[in-house]
Write a protein that binds this ligand. Sequence first.
Ligand SMILES: NC(=O)c1ccc[n+]([C@@H]2O[C@H](COP(=O)([O-])OP(=O)(O)OC[C@H]3O[C@@H](n4cnc5c(N)ncnc54)[C@H](OP(=O)(O)O)[C@@H]3O)[C@@H](O)[C@H]2O)c1
Length: 209
Amino acid sequence: MKRYSSSQKTCPGFEGITLGEEIEAYGVVKVVASDNVEFEKGDVVVGVVTWAEYSKIRRNGMIMKLNPLGFPLSYHLGVLGYSGLTAYAGFFEICKLKRGEMVFVLTASGSVGNLVGQYARLHRCFVAGYAGSKRRVQLLKEKLGFDAAFNYREETDLSSTLKSSGIPDEIDIYFETMGIVMQEVTVTNVNTFGRVAMCGVISEYTDSE
Ligand SMILES: NC(=O)c1ccc[n+]([C@@H]2O[C@H](COP(=O)([O-])OP(=O)(O)OC[C@H]3O[C@@H](n4cnc5c(N)ncnc54)[C@H](OP(=O)(O)O)[C@@H]3O)[C@@H](O)[C@H]2O)c1
């Protein structure tokens, strides 16, 4: 939404937004009218739509029919959507966890991070994560089952934070989403033969450099 950002030139769909323009977003919608034989009135579709009551979708629009499989539609934007697949593939395919390992997640309260943490907990891993506010740290610990969570704006020295919190082991799996700001402090705490999933670098996309 910035007037200028280097990321706006990286791929179609990342262009800046001009004032008054509809905002595109990934969403679930119901077809009310269609001149495309692939879609009929009443079909539920998922894809890039506009953030509005009604969306006009071009013929080459990025949408597909959705079979809700009995789940709430919102699940198809989260746990069963892009974020869920990203977390699932990144964690299970790339990190190749072993039961009981120590998992550290950056941007842990974000749409990908919160799922990585919950998958790790379900597999009896010890899960710790970073978030950017007290409220989110609380959410991670009290609602999402993280064993430990820290505010990276206040606790920048991860080594001493881990030690003073009584966390026994070093990091076996490090799920990276943020970028260079926290990478160095985290990587120094990763065990030999630990795994790092490079999922993204959110703090760098809109960096003017
Ligand atoms: N969602 C997907 O489908 C998908 C797919 C592939 C890759 N990824 C990558 O996964 C990472 C997380 O994505 P997400 O979808 O989980 O994002 P999200 O839901 O928007 O959460 C991102 C969180 O990152 C933290 N953050 C830290 N530095 C930031 C900065 N400079 N600008 C904005 N947010 C910042 C913020 O939380 P705090 O303030 O609590 O730190 C924010 O809530 C990104 O690197 C993204 O590129 C996502």
